[in-house]
Design a binder for this molecule. Structure first.
Ligand code: SF4
Ligand code: SF4
Length: 310
């Protein structure tokens, strides 16, 4: 397929974290030296592959744990940021690591998807890291898991962060009825896009850019449409990635994660996020221009309503 730009969501073998959030399904592992070496080799191979592609690329790193405390990931982002055909680089991080590496990177291309974990770090410390990013001129979004025990921290964080920094809340998906209408209103006041994340979209049979404009790649180069569909498309090290891309319908019963559903054309998430899609940073005009936010919420509601009960 002709490709002018591809987004790649990379997840290597790394599976460790310096935090121990009780709601985290992964990162409860301590790596051996050999496992670290394997992760470093996979990362080096991926970075070299990305540098060699003849079309524009954007990359989101979604590690099974915290990668940005590791100098190899800081170096990988720095290196990729200087490649002319790399448009955007994003990484999910708890923001606990040093940010000094950013002074050497092409910062205009980097977006940090930063998550605040109230039980693991003091708010003041997390906010100090955000202030460092502001000083460095690095784009970022900040988010929190919307557990009931986090509500007051979410509100305080929203009130303390600069107003132009987007704060997202990930719905704590433990089944229907967790949130009361009052809870939903409270969290929507902190994150105007919250309700989009509360739903499980019944996506089977709907067109999705996953497998066409975005793919997920693991440490050995296996490419999948997204993190949620196991069946591989192929391997980026064994074939030209462009051979793997084509328009496709979703084959999964539902999609409820931001990194997945934003690729549904029906949702039109690109109109909200623009260049910040991978780092979950809405376009600044969304808040000022009348109707854009409302139209997005209406499209999400419509998608959910049209597929509910399937
Ligand atoms: S910081 Fe993220 S990866 Fe680490 S334990 Fe918490 S949720 Fe898991
Ligand atoms: S809708 Fe979600 S699960 Fe389906 S292909 Fe797209 S990203 Fe994957």
């Amino acid at each position: 397929m002709e490709v002018s730009h591809l987004s790649v969501i990379y997840r290597g073998p790394l599976s460790s974290c310096n935090y121990a959030c009780p709601y985290c399904p992964f990162a409860k592992h301590t790596e051996t030296a050999a496992e670290h070496a394997a992760d470093a080799a996979a990362l080096e191979r991926f970075v070299s592959w990305a540098e060699a592609q003849p079309f524009d690329l954007s990359v989101l790193f979604t590690p099974w744990g915290e990668a940005l405390v590791r100098p190899r990931y800081q170096a990988a982002l720095t290196r990729l940021s200087h490649a002319p055909h790399i448009r955007q680089l994003a990484i999910q991080t708890n923001l606990s690591g040093s940010l000094a590496w950013l002074s050497h990177a092409e910062r205009s291309k980097i977006g940090l998807w930063a998550t605040y974990h109230p039980n693991e770090v003091k708010r003041e410390r997390f906010l100090a890291k955000c202030a460092e990013l502001d000083t460095l001129g690095v784009h970022y979004s900040v988010g929190v898991v919307g557990k009931k025990s986090h509500f007051s921290e979410i509100e305080t964080l929203r009130a303390t962060l600069p107003p132009e920094i987007y704060l997202w809340v990930n719905a704590f998906k433990v089944g229907e009825g967790y949130y009361s209408p009052t809870d939903l209103a409270r969290l929507s006041a902190a994150d105007p896009l919250f309700e989009v994340n509360t739903r499980r979209y019944r996506t089977r049979g709907h067109a999705c850019g996953a497998g066409e404009s975005v793919i997920s790649v693991d440490g050995d180069g296996t490419a999948r449409r997204c993190h949620f569909i196991e069946r591989p498309l192929g391997n980026i090290y064994a074939q030209d990635v462009r051979e793997l891309l084509r328009p496709r319908l979703c084959s999964r019963s539902s999609c409820e994660c931001h990194i997945g559903y934003v690729h549904l054309p029906e949702l039109g998430a690109a109109d909200i996020y623009g260049e910040g899609l991978l780092a979950r940073i809405p376009d600044s005009g969304v808040w000022a221009e009348s109707g854009r936010l409302e139209a997005y919420l209406a499209r999400a509601q419509q998608l959910h309503a049209s597929t509910a009960g399937r």
